[in-house]
Structure formats: structure tokens, C-alpha cells
Design a protein around this ligand. Structure first.
Ligand code: P6P
Length: 336
């Protein structure tokens, strides 16, 4: 069998630079730096149990969530890499209450904005379940000086790139720049991400539904009815579907991207905007999943059309195979 030509992430990024005739390589440099930081974080994630990096720090982030040692470590690594690369003017991180203007010599002409969840699903660290990093990249809208809040509060449709890293049975980096989705697997032997999943496409339909059914009684009527629909016996429509929920957004969405399926984190009476954050969880995945041929909705409207008003605002999300998202939207409409 012919050896598959090895294409590293860096080679691929440079190769694809041709897609952006006006690019001077800043976006390429930024993506490469994210890849480097991901390798550093991966190294610590893989040995967290040995490096005393498990467990909580004893502090809370703005979300009111216990910060895990690896959360803080990953945040520091990505902020440092993004600040040093010279292409970023401001960073919005799940771990920081306010956005972080990048004020240094290299960044004074920086034109990109990064919204990032440095380590998502960190509640899963101590139980060795997959976790991930999620990022969105925008062009700045402010004209000069350090980046500011307005640069971070852009609609998802304005993203120039988005991606995630999944620290799972292998470590992968998956990203889009608006011309399809490509997946790279870290080869520990050479310490580089190598193209393993070119031109990823989300199946238009699927038979996996992902939702925390522990919240069933709190869900909107239409979502409840859809869950029951998934459980009905109808071989002609591949039902009952399989319920798969890891409790780590990156892991659940990565599986559904490959196999087809739908992930739901709806609103409840207690959490009218759901739990997941728009800027650094829902928008990046909405961009990736739409680029792979799927759909990302609040249950009523397109995620990427939401005009953000707050750095850490949340949104209900129904995301995955287009035909499944359409079906849930239909149940939600009919239940109104
Ligand atoms: P629940 C992890 O804390 C996270 O932010 C996502 O990665 C995940 O999909 C979700 O929350 C899980 O939330 O309420 O089901 O535990």
C-alpha cells in the first residue's frame, strides 16, 4: 500500500495561504502558534496525573465554576502564545472576566482577535475523559491601538477561522478558515500535527443524539417530545437512536461530526440561555459544523447571526446533522 504523503499542519497552512490572496501570512502564523500551544498543553494533559496538575485550584472563574489546575495552566499557555505571536490585538478567554488587550512591541499592528476556551470539559480531567480547546478568530474592527471589547463582540458570521483541539485517545486539531474543515492528528514520534482527516463532512442525517437527559423535566416541551421521538421503535428511520453524552462538548461534537448526530444544550426555566457560551464554544463550533455541511441553531434561529452583547453570554444550542436539527426545530415550533 503506497505510503500516504505526510502533510504537517504547518505545511498545510502555508499551502492554503494561496486561498487568501491578500493575506500577508499573519493568519497562517497565528494558526501555527495555536498549534504549538496545543502541543505544549497536550504534553501536560497527558501527564497531569503525574505532574500534580489534577484537581481544583480552589478559585472560581466568572462562570462560577471551580478552576482546575489544568484550566489555569492551559489558559496561561494559550494567552502567552497568542500574545507573543504578534498577530493578535485582543484575547477573550473563558478563564478571564474581561478581555485581554495585547500590548507589546510585536502586536502594535496586530489585526486579529481570538476568543478561546483554553480547556473545555475540565470537569472530566480527573476522570481521564476527553477534553478540548476551542477557538474563534476574527479581524479587529477597532482602527488602532490595543484591541478592545468591541473587537470581541462580533457575530459568528464574521469569523475568519475557528477550530478545536481534542485531547482524546489521540490528540487532534480540527479547523476551518471558511473553505472546508480539515483534521490533523498529533504524531508524538515527530511532535507534529499531520493531516489525517482531509475535507471533513458531517453526514446530513444521523442516529446519535447527545443531551444531558438528567435535565429532562426542565427542557422545553418541543425538546422533550424530540427525545421521546428518538426513543421510539421505527427501524425505517433507524430509531431508536443511540444516546451518547460524554459531558465534554469537544468530545461529543467531534464524534457527531464524524458519525452524524445532534448535540443539544437547550434552555431551561432556570437557565433561559442554556449553559454554553456563545463566543468561545458555540460560535466556533457553529462555523466548523456549518463548513462541514451541518447546522447550528438556538432551536429557533442560526447561532452565528446572534449579535453578542457580553463576553460570556450563553445561548441554547442545537447543532449537528442538518436533517436532525431541522427535525428538532420542527418539534420546537409545533410545541409553541
Ligand atoms: P452538563 C463542560 O463543563 C461543558 O462546558 C461542555 O464541555 C459540556 O458539553 C457541558 O458543559 C456539560 O454540561 O450540565 O451536562 O454537565
Amino acid at each position: 500500500m503506497a505510503l500516504q504523503k505526510l502533510i504537517t499542519l504547518d505545511q498545510f497552512i502555508i499551502e492554503k495561504e494561496k486561498d487568501f490572496p491578500y493575506s500577508k501570512g499573519e493568519l497562517s502564523s497565528l494558526l501555527r502558534n495555536i498549534g504549538v500551544a496545543a502541543r505544549v498543553v497536550n504534553w501536560e494533559v497527558r501527564k497531569a496525573g503525574l505532574a500534580g496538575l489534577l484537581g481544583a485550584v480552589g478559585t472560581e472563574n466568572i462562570q462560577g465554576e471551580q478552576q482546575q489546575k489544568l484550566d489555569v495552566y492551559a489558559n496561561e499557555q494559550f494567552i502567552s502564545a497568542l500574545s507573543a505571536c504578534g498577530d493578535v490585538c485582543v484575547i477573550a478567554s473563558e478563564e478571564n472576566d474581561e478581555c485581554i488587550p495585547v500590548i507589546n512591541e510585536q502586536s502594535k499592528n496586530a489585526k486579529y482577535v481570538v476568543c478561546i476556551d483554553p480547556l473545555d470539559g475540565s470537569g472530566n480531567i480527573d476522570v481521564n475523559a476527553s477534553i478540548g480547546t476551542i477557538f474563534s478568530i476574527y479581524r479587529r474592527v477597532s482602527l488602532s491601538g490595543p484591541g478592545r471589547l468591541e473587537d470581541c463582540l462580533q457575530k459568528g458570521t464574521e469569523q475568519v477561522a475557528a477550530g478545536y483541539v481534542i485531547y482524546g485517545s489521540s490528540t487532534m486539531l480540527v479547523y476551518t478558515t471558511g473553505k472546508g474543515v480539515n483534521g490533523f492528528t498529533l504524531d508524538p514520534a515527530i511532535g507534529a500535527f499531520c493531516l489525517s482527516h482531509p475535507d471533513m463532512k458531517m453526514p446530513q442525517d444521523g442516529a446519535i443524539y447527545s443531551i444531558n437527559e438528567g435535565n429532562y423535566i426542565k427542557f422545553p416541551e418541543g425538546v422533550k417530545k424530540y427525545i421521546k421521538y428518538c426513543q421510539e421503535n421505527d427501524p425505517a428511520t433507524n430509531r431508536p437512536f443511540s444516546s451518547r453524552y460524554i459531558g465534554s462538548m469537544v468530545a461529543d461534537l467531534h464524534r457527531n461530526l464524524l458519525r452524524g448526530g445532534v448535540f443539544m444544550y437547550p434552555e431551561t426555566a432556570k437557565t433561559p440561555n442554556g449553559k454554553l457560551r456563545l463566543l468561545y464554544e458555540c460560535n466556533p463550533f457553529a462555523f466548523i459544523i456549518e463548513q462541514a455541511g451541518g447546522k447550528a441553531s438556538t432551536g429557533k434561529s442560526r447561532i452565528m447571526e446572534i449579535v453578542p452583547t457580553d463576553l460570556h453570554q450563553r445561548t441554547p444550542i442545537i447543532i449537528g446533522s442538518t436533517m436532525m436539527v431541522d427535525k428538532i426545530e420542527e418539534f420546537i415550533r409545533e410545541a409553541e
